[in-house]
Design a binder for this molecule. Structure first.
Ligand code: GLN
Length: 237
């Protein structure tokens, strides 16, 4: 199979599209730039909605991006099973489109926070997490102001019962998210959203501290190798 085509969407105000595209390439995929105004998805096999401040976070983070032309194609493709990963602002956009439940509000301490964050991997049966081990602790950067995941109790219970909590904050809850939730998926596991940033932990020398010393952490790379192996399995099936 040719290297899979992973679309990386840029909205006005997106920050992390270059890092996301680089992560795709380091994992062995082909990064395909998608623009917010694109009417179609250029035959991509999966989509990453990267972090940033799309449309300046005006009204509410992700609230305007939801109506960008490219999102029509992303929503249809996601409903048809295409893998979609929303990172930080991308997660906020996925919540606004209702591909994922709940909402992101201001951090409980009201400040922008940037830190290396430990997560516990809770579900390795998604398109983006199959290269992790169940219960594994990973470290990737977190940087946001609207990172507090909220949902009603019924929705939270449903997410837990269906195994759709994919990541939980470990050690410290950095923003007041309900039940320490850092990331969730849809019922089919093809759509995953999380607040921390895997694309900033893919290359030695630039990411968080890791087992081999300062800036050796590359846990984020496995999101991108996971989706490539998901796509290979699908094409073999
Ligand atoms: N790093 C980001 O993607 C920032 C996300 C978002 N706009 C926030 O501050 O909450």
């Amino acid at each position: 199979m040719e290297s899979a085509r992973i679309g990386v969407v840029t909205f006005p105000g997106t920050l992390d599209d270059r890092d996301a595209a680089r992560a795709v390439r380091l994992a062995g995929g082909t990064a395909v730039p998608l623009w917010h105004a694109d009417a179609d998805l250029h035959q991509v096999d999966a989509v990453v909605l990267p972090g940033g401040f799309s449309y300046g976070d005006y009204l509410r983070a992700g609230a305007i991006s939801r109506f960008a032309p490219v999102m029509g194609g992303v929503v249809d493709a996601a409903r048809g099973g295409m893998p979609v990963l929303g990172i930080c602002n991308g997660f906020q956009i996925l919540a606004e489109t209702h591909l994922l439940p709940g909402a992101m509000i201001k951090n409980d301490h009201r400040a922008f926070l940037c830190r290396e964050q430990v997560l516990a991997v809770q579900n390795v049966d998604t398109a983006w997490t199959r290269d992790f081990a169940q219960g594994e602790r990973i470290t990737i950067p977190l940087k946001n102001q609207d990172g507090q995941f909220v949902a009603d109790e019924h929705t939270l219970d449903e997410l837990e019962a269906e195994g759709r909590v994919v990541f939980r904050y470990e050690g410290w809850n950095p923003n007041g998210s309900r039940r320490d939730i850092a990331g969730i998926c849809n019922a089919d596991g093809n759509v995953v959203g999380l607040m921390p940033h895997p694309e900033h932990a893919v290359e030695k020398g630039f990411g968080p501290d890791g087992p081999q010393g300062p800036r050796t952490g590359t846990d984020g790379l496995r999101f991108f190798t996971s989706v490539l192996s998901t796509l290979v399995r699908r094409s073999a099936a």
